[in-house]
Design a protein around this ligand. Structure first.
Ligand SMILES: Cc1ncc(COP(=O)(O)O)c(C=O)c1O
Length: 290
């Protein structure tokens, strides 16, 4: 049985229990992070923890994140994931246990902290090289999706709609703009220029998105951060999503229409390779130090 972390303790998952009065359960009053581990080495863990701190601050949840780096590493070790090609640590912090009210607990309560680790697999290379499909789905999320809250119902409904339609991913559309995926950020390539929605209250500031923007800079790829209209999608040469478990994920078809050549394009492939190279360098860097 897997070992999980709950409120300061590591325990078998079957022994972990949370109060029915937890505000995460009753009100989705909490935030989370998912951090990838490659061969047991955390990738951008510091950036994930900085984003977690921001999410907590935005919701006024008072919780000191010190010690969470150690929690991540110990979960990976306890679950014997050091040699897994890919693993992740999921960590969530809710406001805590209190009588159900729409206002915050008057007396301070201790936030509930829960984390688990598990392996995950990237789809096989032949699927990757064919690319993935998406459908457009109305973005029905609230207007602060820059906060990584556990309130993911609109994301889940959008992703389910894509699955029901036989597509791999959902592309969320608000006011005629292709915003991002249900759990990934979104990029287009027009004439060699990489375009993605700017950071705002309408997108999650993805860690993978930022890494890819940095890699694009290093590769000499021109970058523009601006909204992408749905009408433009079909003139794009390439589309791709980015995310912790999606990495750089080519999208070759939207709403049944092929994009560009109908296969992952050069910019997508170059950035995907640059991303995997960085992962490898990170692993080797840690091995060399430790
Ligand atoms: C809505 C949304 N956008 C983008 C992302 C990608 O973020 P990251 O690259 O930090 O995983 C996620 C990840 O969960 C997400 O839920």
């Amino acid at each position: 049985m897997s070992i999980v972390y709950l409120n300061g303790e590591f325990m078998p998952k079957g022994e972990a229990s949370i109060s029915v009065d937890d505000r995460g359960f009753l009100l989705s009053d909490g935030v989370y992070e998912v951090t990838p581990f490659y061969g047991g080495v955390g990738f951008c863990l510091d950036r994930h923890l900085v984003r977690l701190e921001r999410s907590l601050r935005e919701l006024g949840i008072l919780f000191d994140t010190e010690g969470l780096t150690e929690v991540h590493h110990r979960l990976v070790a306890e679950n014997r994931l050091e040699n897994e090609i890919r693993a992740l640590v999921y960590l969530q912090v809710t406001r805590g246990v209190a009588p159900r009210t729409h206002y915050f607990p008057v007396e301070p309560v201790r936030p509930t902290v829960y984390a688990f680790a598990k392996p995950w697999e990237r789809p096989p290379e032949d699927e990757w090289s064919q690319g993935f499909t998406a459908i457009t789905v109305p973005d029905e999320r609230w207007l602060r999706v820059d906060i990584k809250t556990i309130s993911l119902l609109a994301n889940a409904l959008a992703f389910q709609a894509a699955r029901d339609a036989g597509a791999d991913d959902a592309l969320l559309v608000r006011n005629g703009v292709a915003i991002e995926g249900a759990h990934q950020n979104f990029f287009a390539v027009f004439d060699g220029t990489l375009v993605t929605h700017p950071e705002s209250n309408l997108i999650l500031p993805g860690i993978t998105r930022n890494v890819v923007l940095e890699l694009a800079g290093e590769c000499g790829i021109r970058v523009e951060q601006r909204p992408i209209c749905v009408g433009e999608l079909f003139d794009a040469d390439e589309l791709f999503f980015t995310g912790t478990t999606g990495e750089v994920r080519p999208c070759v078809q939207v709403d049944g229409e092929s994009i560009g050549s109908g296969l992952p394009g050069n910019v997508t492939v170059a950035l995907s390779q640059a991303f995997l190279n960085l992962v490898q360098e990170t692993k080797e860097g840690v091995a060399a130090v430790g």
